[in-house]
Design a binder for this molecule. Structure first.
Ligand code: COA
Length: 375
């Protein structure tokens, strides 16, 4: 019997603070008029000190899990797609796993820049379809504001912070995630990069002085690449699903720039009203942009049961990709009793994490010295 991967839960999280174009114009030599006409962006969310990639991811994850019929401990897999991980390691996904109490899940980060959420969804859906797992959590989460050079007007106007999450569950009912196109071209890696802080160029006073730990971008070249691949990836994924372009009900594109989305629509000869656009409020939130747009589209009734939907994105790497899915309305009956039980589980997850840390310290005290080869 065929197995399908359905999206049964979705949720988002955004920082409290909003930064408008007018406020940005007080920081760098720019204007609301320039930013809106070149990008379509009006504002973006910016994380405060206490808001991190993992905390936003965990918040979105809890919202995505809340209406489903599973608990965090039923998750088999957590993938966090991110370009601004909490650390190089441990993986942000492991921090989320601990925070939400997903004690039976394998967790890892996926690095494919803004295409990451599409790649991660495909990985999780494939694991479900092969029958190797039942339940997965896929998150796109970013605090790009921490990686931006706030004196560089060509990049700081573009990016914002936020997170979005999908819960995927196996089902015998047709629908859910169908096909995916995943592409990359490392020869364009220098067009959009964060050069320092990795193993090739470790952080040093020099890298900080030269701003090599912030986003470097050739905007015009990225623009050209993006307009080309958005249309070609959409065409390819539609063909692989056995659909025609006309049969697609909704396209949820990566929210980088309104002009890029408009160019893709023209290239595909599709009306703009089939495209979900919310970048005016969020800016480019990299891996979070597609789930943020998808959740908003569902809440606004722009995506309904039976709709044929395409997700399409591009980003640093270079990477690009598209994914086809048929939206299935999940059964969402969660009793007040289950909600109360969930609150207890969330509290217990924190207690468990605390006790595990103490247990590890005690084990270290008791066994630590005798396991050292020299002692
Ligand atoms: N405010 C005012 N002027 C600005 C500016 C800003 N924030 N940023 C650049 N300019 C100036 C430039 O200095 C240039 O001035 P000049 O003509 O005197 O040299 C002029 O505006 C035009 O610059 P240009 O780079 O050609 O603008 P553009 O129309 O290509 O728009 C981007 C710039 C960045 C908005 C656009 O190239 C883009 O969106 N690229 C894709 C970036 C992207 O999506 N990255 C993320 C991928 S996931």
């Amino acid at each position: 019997m065929s197995r399908f991967a359905h999206i049964t839960g979705w949720g988002t999280a955004t920082p409290k603070r909003v930064l408008t174009n007018e406020e940005l114009a007080q920081l760098v030599d720019t204007s609301d008029e320039w930013i809106v006409s070149r990008t379509g962006i009006h504002a973006r969310y910016i994380a405060d000190q206490d808001e991190t990639t993992a905390s936003l991811a965990a918040e979105a994850a809890c919202r995505a899990l809340a209406p489903t019929n599973i608990e965090a401990h039923d998750l088999d897999l957590i993938i966090v797609a991110t370009s601004s991980p909490e650390h190089i390691f441990p993986a942000t996904a492991c921090l989320v796993q601990d925070e939400i109490g997903a004690i039976n899940a394998g967790a890892f980060d996926l690095s494919a820049a803004c295409t990451g959420f599409i790649f991660a969804l495909n990985m999780a859906a494939q694991a479900i379809r092969t029958g190797s797992i039942d339940n997965a959590l896929v998150i796109g989460s970013e605090t790009l504001s921490r990686l931006v050079n706030w004196e560089d007007r060509t990049t700081c106007i573009l990016f914002g912070d936020g997170a979005g999450a999908f819960v995927l569950q196996g089902s015998d009912r047709p629908g859910g995630i169908y096909t995916c196109v995943m592409r990359s071209d490392g020869s364009g890696g220098d067009l959009l990069s964060l050069p320092a802080g990795g193993s090739k160029i470790p952080t040093s006073i020099k890298t900080v002085e030269q701003n090599l730990h912030t986003i470097q971008m050739n905007g015009r070249e990225v623009f050209r690449f993006a307009t080309r691949v958005m249309a070609s990836a959409t065409r390819e994924v539609v063909e692989s699903a056995g659909w025609t372009i006309e049969q697609v009900d909704r396209v949820i594109p990566h929210q980088a720039n309104l002009r890029i989305i408009e160019a893709a629509a023209r290239g595909l000869r599709m009306p703009m009203d089939k495209f979900v656009v919310n970048l005016e409020k969020y800016g480019n939130t990299s891996t979070a942009s597609i789930p943020l747009a998808a959740c908003e589209a569902v809440e606004r009734g722009m995506v309904k049961a039976g709709d044929r939907v395409v997700l399409v994105g591009f980003g640093a790497g270079l990477t690009w990709g598209a994914l086809s899915l048929e939206w299935v309305e999940p059964e969402r009956k969660v009793s007040p009793l289950v909600r109360r039980r969930r609150r207890v589980f969330a509290f217990l997850a924190r207690v468990r994490s605390f006790l595990r840390r103490i247990q590890r310290k005690l084990e270290g005290l008791i066994w630590g010295t005798s396991t050292h080869p020299d002692r």
